[in-house]
Ligand binder design. Structure first.
Ligand code: BGC
Length: 366
């Protein structure tokens, strides 16, 4: 009964939204123009964890941008506990949210709760991480995930100085196997570095080049630290590790701790270390020379795109989409908007992160 009622209300809302859209010629926008239409509608935003800075920013941006145009927001973090995320989404459905925005922990573990949402007529937007194995997702807002791996790989190719005559050692610390983004990043990275592995410019002494052996469940820093320690002890007793190709700043911090424990020090023998997210700490490390590069992802822009998708499903507008081919979740190809990830290092961090207002000079100096 309740479900029926919900879907009637939703259809009425969508029709009303479409009428507003036709009459006023309004496209989905985050500029506050449709505040009246969205007044009071509740959006559930499910985020994976507060243990990483980026998700805290993503949550804040989504909440403030949605509230600015009149939506009510239920923002929940599940601390990387899959069952907790399932319960949070169930509670959101029960509490009458009209749209769900989900950044999953395990992209395949939400199939049942997503089906429940669909039955209740609640549209779902996938946020940053693709929701797999479901037809209940309407749109996907993300960054070019393969592009992140490509940028990391290119950086290594261009800056490591690895040649067949002067080979460099490399180890890979990839992301979580239950996150589609991690697989795409790995694919982009390998495409770039494979030729250098083939001609002997790059040497992976552990041999752990396949994703199954170098992935890190839940992108966990401690797991990466432990694996890096084991690799340094097992394979680098007589030779230095030159490149730590990590897929996320948190994994880079884990590797840094392992390297320090093994006697490496910045300035003497210290590897080229990559990361992702350009967290505040990582950016400070880039300035001090402890981390070589990261990938900046402007979460303000991602939230902006995602908000237009929320408006689209609730108000019948058309969101801007720039990819209708890449993100096949095993059931459907999800219409997506891909934001552009930007590699940052000590030479361009000011331009990318400070000039854009993402960080202030003061924050970086603290
Ligand atoms: C995101 C990355 C993030 C990683 C770990 C991925 O799904 O795309 O930006 O570094 O999760 O939180």
């Amino acid at each position: 009964m309740k479900k029926k009622l919900l879907s009637i209300v939703l259809s009425a809302t969508m029709v009303a939204g479409m009428l507003v859209g036709c009459g006023g010629g309004a496209a989905a926008s985050a500029d506050g123009g449709s505040a009246a239409a969205s007044k009071g509608q509740k959006v559930g935003v499910a985020m994976p964890t507060q243990s990483s800075e980026r998700w805290i920013n993503d949550g804040k941006n989504m909440k403030s941008q949605l509230e600015a145009i009149g939506y009510e927001v239920d923002l929940q973090y599940a601390e990387d506990d899959v069952q907790m995320q399932v319960s949070q989404i169930e509670n959101m459905i029960a509490s009458g949210v009209e749209c769900l925005v989900i950044a999953s922990i395990d992209s395949s573990a939400l199939v049942n709760v997503e089906a429940q949402a669909k039955e209740a007529g609640i549209p779902i937007i996938a946020y940053d991480r693709l929701l797999m194995d479901t037809d209940a997702v309407s749109y996907y807002a993300t960054f070019d995930n393969k592009g992140v791996g490509t940028a990391i790989g290119k950086y290594i190719v261009d800056n490591s100085g690895a040649t067949p005559d002067d080979p460099k050692t490399i180890e890979l610390f990839m992301g979580s196997p239950d996150d589609n983004n991690a697989h795409m990043l790995y694919a982009g990275l390998m495409e770039q570095i494979q030729p250098l592995l083939d001609d002997g410019s790059l040497v992976c002494k552990s041999g752990q080049l396949d994703f199954e052996s170098n992935c890190t469940l839940r992108w966990d820093q401690q797991t990466a630290m432990k694996r890096c320690e084991d690799i340094l002890t097992g394979y680098y007793a007589d030779e230095d590790l030159d490149i730590c190709a990590t897929a996320y700043d948190g994994l880079a911090y884990g590797c840094m701790a392992a390297l320090e424990g093994a006697g490496y020090a910045v300035g003497t023998k210290w590897p080229l270390i990559t990361g992702q997210d350009a967290e505040l700490m990582a950016t400070k490390h880039i300035i001090s020379g402890k981390q070589t590069m990261s990938i900046a992802k402007d979460t303000r822009k991602l939230a902006e795109k995602c908000v237009t998708m929320v408006q689209a499903v609730l108000e019948g507008a058309e969101p801007e989409i720039n990819d209708t081919e890449t993100y096949n979740n095993n059931v459907i190809v999800v219409p997506s908007y891909l934001c552009t990830p930007e590699p940052v290092d000590k030479d361009n961090y000011k331009e990318i992160l400070v000039d854009s207002g993402y960080y202030t000079e003061d924050q970086l100096a603290e």
